[in-house]
Design a binder for this molecule. Structure first.
Ligand code: SF4
Length: 334
């Protein structure tokens, strides 16, 4: 990785602090005890359930033909589609995720749905990658007994890629237990911490291991646009995530981004990998809601106001292809 791994770390004490909180050492990591949060679907200290596709919340896999007409007013939610592509079958069989939250983040986004104290290590407990998979399998048995299929293990936060070794160890643990045919690992990340955290991890991957990591789905929200102070770290994180082999799905909640910033985003992403702009989910929701607001009460933007319309125009101008003309997982990254 050439992307100046430690760059900016000295100026980002919050990054160093968050990194220390999550990485306990000796194969242990800090997670938020979900029983001490207000998050929905909590099943125990380690996991909560989440239903990715919900029509009542306008979270739809709008890259599919049956929902494509809603792509400028609905919030793209295509994890089940990605899982179906990996495991076989129909997306509706995979519309359940178990989410675990690492205990810190290096950002403090005003719209974060996680309570600030849970971005700073409060109410944390410690476990290993093995422990996470044990809890997931126990939950899966309970879900199956209730007639539900659970195939999506999602690591969120906080910022999971403060601990890239955690993600890789969970993946290896799934592989060692012969679970890769029935479980997909998804990571939600802002990516800005990855260059520093990767350098600190001391990990090295062979070419074969990088190829394997294509099975790990990294969904990244770009919280700051090109030109902002945090963009270089985010860009370096994108570059490194691709070099490590992760299957990358970028997104923006871009209602406050200008057309110029979106156009610049196109060029920055295309420079990293020509397929990235077509993988970008441009979510039409406004990210200026108060923390912990009930999203169902948010007014939906008009289609004509949707930033995805601006993005559509940018994509067509530069590539001749429209927004979500193709499901994102089918767009190659190299
Ligand atoms: S990067 Fe994500 S987890 Fe971190 S503060 Fe922002 S929204 Fe919250």
């Amino acid at each position: 990785m050439d992307a100046s791994p430690g760059s900016g770390a000295k100026e980002r004490p919050i990054l160093l602090r968050a990194h220390r909180i999550v990485n306990i050492g000796g194969g242990d990591y800090a997670f938020t005890d979900l029983r001490k949060t207000d998050l929905g679907g909590v099943q125990g200290r380690q996991f909560r359930f989440f239903t990715p596709v919900r029509r009542d919340r306008m979270r739809l896999p709008t890259s599919l033909p049956e929902f494509a007409g809603l792509r400028h007013v609905a919030n793209l939610s295509d994890s089940p589609v990605t899982v179906a592509a990996e495991l076989g079958g129909h997306w509706s069989e995979y519309n359940l995720a178990a989410i675990t939250h690492v205990a810190a983040c290096n950002f403090r986004c005003s719209y974060c749905y996680v309570d600030y104290r849970h971005l700073a290590g409060q109410d944390a407990f410690i476990t290993s990658a093995d422990g996470v998979v044990d809890e997931f399998l126990a939950l899966r048995r309970t879900a199956e007994a209730a007639g539900k299929q659970l195939s999506l293990l999602r690591v969120s936060g906080g910022e999971p890629l403060l601990a890239p070794s955690l993600v890789i160890e969970i993946y290896r643990c799934l592989a060692a237990r012969d679970l890769l045919g029935s479980v997909v690992l998804k990571v939600e990340s802002n990516l800005s911490a990855l260059p520093y955290a990767w350098q600190q991890s001391g990990l090295r991957l062979s070419a074969a291991e990088r190829e394997e990591l294509r099975r790990v789905k990294v969904h990244t929200t770009l919280h700051h646009p090109p030109g902002s102070g945090d963009w270089p770290a985010i860009r370096d994180g994108i570059v490194l995530a691709l070099e490590l082999g992760f299957d990358l799905f970028p997104a923006v909640g871009a209602s406050d981004w200008t057309a110029e910033q979106l156009d610049r985003t196109f060029h920055e992403l295309a420079l990293i990998s020509p397929g990235l702009p077509q993988r970008l989910a441009v979510r039409p929701f406004h990210l200026d809601y108060p923390a912990l607001a009930d999203r169902r009460k948010l007014p939906l933007p008009n289609e004509s106001e949707a930033p995805s319309m601006v993005w559509e125009e940018i994509l067509r101008r530069h590539t001749g292809v429209g927004y979500l003309d193709e499901p994102r997982h089918l767009v190659p990254l190299s």
